[in-house]
Design a protein around this ligand. Sequence first.
Ligand SMILES: Nc1nc2c(c(=O)[nH]1)N[C@H]1C(S)=C(S)[C@@H](COP(=O)(O)O)O[C@H]1N2
Ligand SMILES: [Mo]
Length: 319
Amino acid sequence: MLIRKSVDIKPSEITDQKLFLRRREIFVTALGGLAAAATASALPLVLAPAAAGASVKFQDVVRTSFSTDEPTTGLDKITAYNNFYEFGTDKEDPARNAVHFRTRPWSLAVEGEVARPGVYDLEEFIKPHRLEERIYRLRCVEAWSMVIPWVGIPLAQIIKRFEPRSNAKFVEFVTLFDPEQMPGQRRAILDWPYVEGLRIDEAMHPLTLLAVGLYGEILPNQNGAPMRLVVPWKYGFKSIKSIVKIRFVEHPPRTAWNKVAPDEYGFYANVNPKVDHPRWSQRKERRIGEFFRRDTLLFNGYAEQVAHLYAGMDLTKQF
Ligand SMILES: Nc1nc2c(c(=O)[nH]1)N[C@H]1C(S)=C(S)[C@@H](COP(=O)(O)O)O[C@H]1N2
Ligand SMILES: [Mo]
């Protein structure tokens, strides 16, 4: 068996080996950074990946009143049942194929209709902010849901610092494009890189979170490390992972899922039990870890906070 394995070794596996070695270097630096931060900085922030099985806890994560008090889904489930097509289309693929994904160093390009465009180092632009815990539901268009204790920063706080101009009506988000690290991108399942978008008022809504962690720890790679969007009243595919670019634009961006199937995945993608997916009902959902299906709620239960954003719109047409 061992001999077969070495004979069958693919170029991708050799690359993985190299990445793994590099990752160990990064991990050592991360621990160094953690020790230094604990003594020197007011806001210790370590976003470097942990070694497999290890974890890096954030310090001083603030609890707010935005969280649901529903029981949270187990960490084992949140990290083993994922949608992240860059790492494969099966739910188990991301946990397996994203192990060696390099998430440090990481920078974010800010472009378009803003006074302060540029390329920002992840840790630098996060540093001025307090990290918050937000326990939100995540409801996938495939009709399953979870309750996840995210750690992140309200996106509005970050956007304000870039100073969008008045003609910035929409925000486009782009995932890393790196087929060498992301095997799913070697196949034309989607028009890579993954792109998502929000109206500027949706992006600035206090519920919209830029997540950098969950369960108090840095984001596991399969959940969108080092940073991903979380828009709790919309279907999961709006919550784009591993973001490298934010573009402020005047017109609605063409999003990855909308491009492949516009009749199935609308730009708004607000959770709505009354608007079925063309191939299945959205009336109910299965909470991962539960046996009986439960009713899906309008705007995923956040109607009180967000319904006003869509006043006067026909949600069956602008789905
Ligand atoms: N870049 C990228 N972001 C993505 C996806 C993806 O395939 N690629 N899948 C989306 C979908 S369909 C869902 S349901 C959520 C799943 O997030 P989770 O794996 O953390 O539960 O991520 C979303 N963000
Ligand atoms: Mo999804």
